[in-house]
Design a binder for this molecule. Sequence first.
Ligand code: FES
Length: 155
Amino acid sequence: MDGEEGILRELLEAEPPRRRALELIIGGALVALGIGTAIPVVGYVRGTRRAGEHGGTRVLVGNLEDLPPGSGMKVALEDQPVLVLNVGGEVKAFSAICTHLGCIVLWDEGGQFIHCPCHDGRFDTNGQVISGPPPAPLPAIPVAVEEGRIYLGSA
Ligand code: FES
């Protein structure tokens, strides 16, 4: 009995430090995960936004070299999807939320039109409805290209 009691006592005495060590490991891992997530988010927000000359806010979304003529790319502007196009020698941007039921539209590079895959809605390169059920054009987003960089938002 003494042997069993001794082992039991040893386990009871040993368990709290093991539990504490496990808590420290888990706590440390959670803190590291939080820091690892926060640093890129803060860096993205601080690194891409800048105040415009007239008090507006513009967001750097990419480089013109990554958007060759005839192509499009989808970016996020304050958590909203935006479609940026390089068409007809001009960079344009539109909300990528379909005006029908809110699906995300895509750039059809082969057809050179904006396509909503949900109900085959189609928009031209000015965001105007070509065909399908969308009841209104895609809202245009202010866009500017300066020194090869593409900015969205008002300056
Ligand atoms: S949601 Fe775009 S066509 Fe219906």
